[in-house]
Write a protein that binds this ligand. Structure first.
Ligand code: PRP
Length: 215
């Protein structure tokens, strides 16, 4: 990979997914440095590995990839389901396991057209439509657990990881909608023009992922 001609530009969210993905890259590529400048910079070049990272908001990662500013992206399946961007989903990196669930107060009584608060209005609307349930979806941008506590919504659709946020706010997980992991996505043109490099990286990732499965 490090001897290839091109630089692979990879869009990633800041924070935990970035750290876990970099850890995977270190295991996948001997040329990947042990450390590099981690500051508030939003573009980080790693010439040793012929890579450059664009650090974006999680929901914006598929946009950078669709428009070809990034060849690849690392992003949660939850965001792919919501954003519906024209990108190829090429690998399940099997990191940041969590689930997208429906939750609410334990004493919640079913009503006609309950209000559902979520950061995922498209996913939630499609899911309840498929179930034949009429709901009013309210889009929020964060701290979704607040909505049922203060009476804004009857239920929420949100990410549950450890379950701690629900528990500490007296909420109950009612149904798991989707199991979520982090995925590698590719720009459709990059996948054709940088096939060898991208497939080489996928093979390296796969070896690390399989090793992890064996442990
Ligand atoms: C996410 C999610 C939940 C929480 C779940 O929020 O929306 O609130 O993590 O994690 P847990 O099950 O381990 O408690 P995030 O921290 O991304 O912030 P947000 O509330 O602003 O979306």
């Amino acid at each position: 990979m490090s001897t290839g001609q091109h630089t692979l530009t990879i869009a990633m969210p800041k924070g935990r997914i970035f750290e876990e993905a970099v850890d995977l890259l270190r295991q996948a590529d001997d040329h990947f440095p042990d450390s590099f400048e981690e500051s508030r910079k939003l573009v980080i070049d790693v010439p040793e590995a012929n890579m450059s990272f664009i650090l974006a908001k999680p929901t914006d990662v598929p946009t950078y990839v669709e428009y070809g500013v990034a060849d690849l992206g690392v992003v949660g399946k939850d965001i792919l389901l919501e954003e519906q961007r024209e990108v190829y989903e090429i690998l399940d990196l099997q990191i940041s396991h969590c689930r997208l669930s429906i939750a609410g107060l334990p004493d919640w009584k079913p009503t006609v057209a309950p209000r559902v608060a979520t950061k995922y209005p498209r996913v939630a609307s499609a899911y309840f439509r498929q179930q034949g349930q009429q709901v009013e979806v309210i889009k929020l941008n964060g701290s979704i657990e607040l909505a049922p506590i203060v009476g804004l919504a009857d239920r929420i659709v949100d990410i549950v990881s450890t379950g701690r946020t629900l528990k500490e706010n007296g909420l109950e997980e009612m149904e798991t909608m989707y199991d979520i992991t982090t995925r590698l996505i590719a720009n459709q043109v990059s996948y054709r023009t940088k096939t060898e490099q991208i497939e080489d990286l996928m093979a390296r990732f796969n070896r690390v992922i399989q090793k992890g499965d064996e442990i």
